[in-house]
Design a protein around this ligand. Structure first.
Ligand code: ADP
Length: 291
């Protein structure tokens, strides 16, 4: 069955401060939506509204045509959420916590055992699962958090900064895993790690100061920036001058005394030591942020 997520006219204020302004987007079927934006742009607030933890000032969130806000109890099974700072009581074991979440989601004993065994194996938690949460490293805490979000095979999964706290190998494994479940559910992740986006995101939404500034597919984002990115190697003494005239979006060391730069130039008016290059997703994202 196709899943459908519809976000309609969501706005949110803290006192008089506008945090989200008229957020609209929709997504059908399955796949991973990447929510990008600088700190303070409203990503966490939006995610908390999407899972029904916060009530918006206006608008509604529909999952398969049912309002998440009016059907929180019924939809507890269909939604999985991992907040950015996942913490539970230190004295509870991972196993007891997963079992508790299974109970909340109404799983019977057989389903509970199957789910927990599957998730413990999937996230390599067997060495710690019976130990108290307080003894877990940051990586294990994160993995337990991800496991609990997956309980009950939710159709809609929201993860705030999924790969933070994971080491490079776990990060790679987790990305593969997420790409796998993205084939069955709608997953929305917030991240500022562009590698996360390029690995598995189908759709990208960029949030800036509470407004959506881009909503589309990865290739569309790159296409908008295509033709505006140049690369060149300059002497280090020329750096300040280049910086004065162009926005530098990427920089790496080159030979001694030289530096390799990528810059934005919208009008072709640039020294011929710079050549036009195909923008990376990261370049496109930085370009968008600067607008
Ligand atoms: P992001 O997740 O993109 O970093 P947030 O949703 O956490 O953004 O925050 C959006 C804005 O809301 C920020 O300006 C932040 O300062 C403000 N904000 C967040 N929580 C509160 C709160 N409890 N009270 C007042 N302002 C808040």
């Amino acid at each position: 069955m196709k899943n459908q997520l519809k976000v309609e006219n969501i706005s949110f204020n803290y006192l008089n401060k506008k945090i989200l302004l008229d957020i609209n987007f929709e997504y059908e079927d399955r796949g991973v939506i990447g929510l990008l934006g600088p700190n303070g742009s409203g990503k966490t607030t939006l995610m908390r509204i999407l899972v029904g933890l916060k009530t918006p000032k206006t608008g509604q969130v529909l999952l398969n045509n049912k309002s998440i806000l009016n059907n929180r109890k019924e939809l507890v099974n269909t939604v999985g959420y991992l907040p950015q700072n996942f913490e539970i009581y230190n004295y509870i074991s991972g196993l007891d916590f997963l079992s508790y979440v299974c109970d909340i989601k109404g799983l019977n004993n057989k389903e509970k055992k199957e789910q927990i065994d599957y998730l413990v194996e999937k996230f390599n938690l067997s060495s710690v699962i019976k130990k108290r949460f307080g003894s877990y490293s940051g990586g294990y805490k994160r993995r337990l958090g991800i496991a609990q979000a997956m309980i009950g095979n939710p159709q809609f999964i929201i993860i705030d900064e999924p790969t933070v706290g994971l080491d490079p190998e776990q990060r790679f494994e987790f990305r593969q895993y997420l790409a796998g479940i993205g084939k069955e559910s709608i997953i929305l992740i917030s991240t500022h790690i562009v590698e996360d986006i390029s690995f598995y995101c189908d759709k990208i939404i960029i949030l800036n100061q509470g407004k959506i500034t881009f909503d589309g597919y990865r290739d569309d984002l790159i296409e908008i920036v295509d033709g505006k990115i140049y690369e060149g190697i300059i002497n280090i003494e020329e750096y300040d001058k280049v910086k004065e005239n162009f926005k530098i979006i990427e920089q790496s060391g080159s030979e001694r005394g030289k530096v390799k730069l990528r810059v934005i130039c919208e009008n072709n008016n640039i020294s011929d030591r710079f050549t036009k290059v195909k923008p990376s997703l990261e370049n496109a994202y930085v370009y968008f942020q600067g607008r």
